[in-house]
Ligand binder design. Structure first.
Ligand code: ADP
Ligand code: IPE
Length: 280
């Protein structure tokens, strides 16, 4: 199978104003599209893009309890279905905007929604739409997936984060690198708005999945997928499962570092966070 150059997460916090309902950061989206255009121009044509929800989806999901599905209510609840539909309308609206911006930058981007093909059981992925992603890539298009609602065999539905989707994609495609672009410069020793927070340049993942140095994190109340702690877990899982052969980098979307991370898989000191595997 031809190599995938980059799996790129465009974080919902970077693409949207996360605390204002359905508010796009249009400038950041343009920057993201320009970045993908550069990657394409540099010959990195086999990229998979996954974006988050930000303020398109999290509010509706939170309001209607989509992440816990029927585990917290009656199994035959039309309000739950209605909430799922509203959440999907919101995330697919963002997917349209992201795909549209990429296409207007000359990228052959095609939006692919996970709902219906990706399925979970107790929130664990049990079925994926990987074959579709592969076909789309092999035909010369750039797949644009997104965090979405998923049907769940035990609790009717749940929220499938873009970060979890990326973990599955990394396992299947063994890309050259996985890059998370977010609204802060990388992973900090503690929440970035806390006094004394320092950017962590490098995190070493041990054989048992522990991180060195350890970090403290916080999450917004309406975030339904766990915020940065899920991203950390995803990074740890990718590095552990690939024994460090897939580098994982986290940096700011609106930055020069983002371009370097995607093009070379490397970051300079102070530009972001790189995950590596501990040598035994
Ligand atoms: P995205 O939507 O970009 O995928 P998240 O919103 O899930 O990302 O996580 C990024 C947010 O996590 C940042 O806005 C940041 O304020 C918050 N955060 C909390 N703790 C940390 C930490 N230790 N390091 C980095 N970010 C953190
Ligand atoms: C959330 O996806 C999907 C929803 C339907 C709410 P993510 O977990 O990938 O979104 P962000 O990046 O945190 O906004």
């Amino acid at each position: 199978m031809a190599t995938v150059d980059c799996v790129l997460k465009l974080g919902g916090s970077a693409l949207t104003h996360k605390s204002q309902l359905e508010t796009l950061r249009a400038e950041s989206l343009r920057g993201a599209a320009a970045l993908v255009h550069k990657l394409h121009g540099a010959g990195q044509r086999r990229c998979i893009i996954v974006h988050g929800a930000g303020s398109f989806g999290h509010f509706q999901a939170k309001e209607h309890g989509i992440a816990s599905g029927t585990s917290a209510r009656s199994a035959d609840d039309d309000n739950l279905r209605c909430g799922l539909c509203l959440t999907r309308l919101s995330v697919t609206k963002l997917n349209h905007l992201v795909t549209e911006e990429l296409v207007s930058h000359g990228i052959p981007a095609v939006g692919i929604s996970p709902f219906g093909t990706w399925k979970t059981s107790c929130k664990n992925v049990i079925q994926t739409g990987i074959d579709t992603v592969k076909d789309v890539l092999d035909s010369g298009y750039v797949p644009v997936l997104h965090g979405d609602c998923a049907l769940d065999s035990e609790q009717h539905c749940c929220i499938l984060s873009g970060d979890k989707i990326i973990e599955v994609l990394a396992k299947k495609f063994s890309p050259r690198r996985v890059v998370f672009l977010t609204d802060v410069s990388g992973i900090y020793s503690c929440p970035p708005d806390t006094p004394g927070a320092r950017l962590v340049d490098s995190i070493v993942v041990g054989p048992d999945g522990n991180m060195e140095p350890p970090v403290l994190s916080s999450v917004l109340p309406h975030d339904t997928t766990g915020g940065v702690s899920l991203k950390l877990q995803t990074a740890v899982n990718i590095v552990s499962q690939s024994h460090g052969t897939i580098p994982v980098l986290i940096c700011k979307l609106d930055s020069e570092a983002a371009e370097r991370a995607c093009l070379t898989g490397e970051l300079k000191e102070g530009e972001g966070t790189t995950f590596s595997f501990a040598e035994s």
